[in-house]
Design a protein around this ligand. Structure first.
Ligand SMILES: C[S@@+](CC[C@H](N)C(=O)[O-])C[C@H]1O[C@@H](n2cnc3c(N)ncnc32)[C@H](O)[C@@H]1O
Length: 444
């Protein structure tokens, strides 16, 4: 492969450094920082650009550091670990600004001025409530190599809390644990914040048998940091819990945010194993506060919470709204949302299990409008929903996004429907990686 020396002009969406070759062609390079001079080996990429792999950093950025993880560069995660945290936050804000700039003809001219500094995470390592490991052909747990299906065996991860790291080690030291891992294609490890113990979901290559349940019980007894075990597979839904009988009362995980409300009251959120929760739970506390702050509800406001999950925002907003309607497609999340409202002792929330587009159409047919609409879609965003959002929103629309590219596309559509952008607040949910969570306040 040919090597070339290039100057990195900026970091773009996906965490790549962008440089131009003397020929004028664009080359995207990973593990670099803006302003660096880097020798790269260049290979063919997509139609409009080449891919460069760094061979030597000739002139490093002043804030470049030695990445602390021994798997950095081989493992596909943590692609910003080569710089200090303050620079990671600056890079993320610049990535967002660059995306907006590239689509500037379709976005409000002053949108760049609305981008606030990225709100940093309380923890920069060990923040992930869950990790998903792959199983390689030798029955070892690992992560995919950068941009590859090859599995790099690991015995720790700096993003995982200690209890998960201990579980990764101890299930591989235990015969039943090794047997279960060997029968799986992937193992998900979840921290239960309420107990500090872990829950394992083994994704099996075949259907489970009674012997597998016995292995799970024996493993839970032998490895005290594992409290429950579940099984799932390509052709069967999640089954469990299995394990030591004392831990099997329910299939929930829960987090309590003490002193969440001004009154000193805590916020408790429960969700079912296999259901969605934000991965960085301490930063989630800050994100809910930010949504409350942007919604700025009076006791008379009505709220629509689209893709509401287990009521992550609705339960907190329910304390000050007149009424909240939550729409969510996953049955387990809707069950958890109802339970969370009960625990919080609030009765002004209605949760509807429905695909969001269908739920919005029914609300429009009923003539419903809401003072504040919240939308928190998955990574693919919410294309084709802007007309519905325009009809359902009386005043504020709060868009929570985990992908700035689909956010940018959806903002274009919303601005074309008469919304204006008031605030863009990036939140760092995923330190050490290029991923960006963003909350945007739009108004009619
Ligand atoms: C990013 S999560 C947000 C959940 C919640 N707002 C939170 O903060 O925990 C997206 C949610 O959308 C749900 N979902 C995805 N596609 C959906 C659809 N087409 N209709 C309804 N819900 C959907 C998923 O089940 C998931 O709970």
């Amino acid at each position: 492969m040919a090597t070339q020396t290039v100057s990195i002009e900026k970091i773009v969406h996906g965490g790549y450094g962008l440089a131009h070759l003397p020929s004028g062609q664009i080359v995207l390079v990973n593990q670099v920082l803006p302003g660096e001079t880097v020798t790269v080996s260049v290979r063919r990429g997509k139609k409009n650009y080449l891919i460069g792999t760094p061979v030597e950093v000739v002139k490093p950025h002043p804030d470049r550091i030695d990445p602390p993880c021994p798997y950095y560069g081989r493992c596909g995660g943590c692609d910003l670990q080569h710089t200090d945290y303050a620079t990671q936050l600056t890079v993320k804000k610049d990535i967002l600004a660059d995306l907006f700039q590239r689509r500037s003809e379709f976005l409000p001219p002053d949108i760049q001025d609305k981008i606030c500094p990225v709100s940093g995470s309380p923890e920069q390592f060990h923040y992930r409530q869950r990790i998903r490991l792959q199983v390689n052909e030798n029955g070892q747990l690992g992560f995919n190599r950068y941009r590859s299906h090859e599995i790099i065996a690991v015995d720790s991860c700096l993003l995982a809390p200690d209890a998960i790291v201990e579980t990764v080690y101890r299930i591989q030291q235990n015969q039943q644990g090794r047997d279960l891992v060997g029968l799986s294609t992937e193992v998900e490890l979840l921290l239960n914040p309420a107990t500090g113990s872990t829950v394992c979901i083994f994704k099996f290559k075949r259907r489970i048998r009674p012997a597998d349940k016995n292995r799970a019980v024996t493993l839970c007894k032998a490895v005290d940091c594992v409290e429950r075990i579940f099984f799932t597979g390509a052709d069967f839904p999640i089954q469990g819990p299995f394990g030591d009988a004392t831990t099997l009362a329910h299939n929930h995980l829960s987090v309590i945010y003490p002193d969440f409300f001004e009154s000193g009251k805590e916020l408790q959120l429960n969700w079912e194993v296999g259901g969605f929760c934000q991965v960085n739970l301490n930063q989630n506390r800050q994100m809910i506060k930010e949504v409350i702050n942007l919604a700025d509800l009076s006791g008379r406001d009505t709220v629509l919470d689209l893709y509401c999950g287990m009521g992550n925002f609705a339960i907190a907003l329910g304390q000050t709204a007149q009424h909240i309607t939550g729409i969510e497609g996953q049955g387990s999340a809707i069950r958890s949302a109802g339970k969370n409202a009960e625990v919080a002792d609030i009765t002004n929330c209605t949760f509807i299990k429905s695909p969001v587009h269908q739920g919005c159409r029914s609300l429009i047919e009923d003539g419903a409008r809401f003072d504040c609409v919240i939308i928190d879609p998955p990574r693919q965003g919410a294309p084709d929903l802007s007309a519905e959002l325009g009809r359902l929103t009386r005043d504020k629309l709060i868009y929570v996004s985990c992908d700035p590219a689909t956010l940018c596309r959806d903002l274009e559509n919303l601005c074309a429907k008469g919304f204006s952008v008031t605030t863009v607040q990036p939140i760092d949910m995923f330190p050490q990686t290029h991923h960006i969570e963003t909350i945007v306040l739009l108004q009619r």
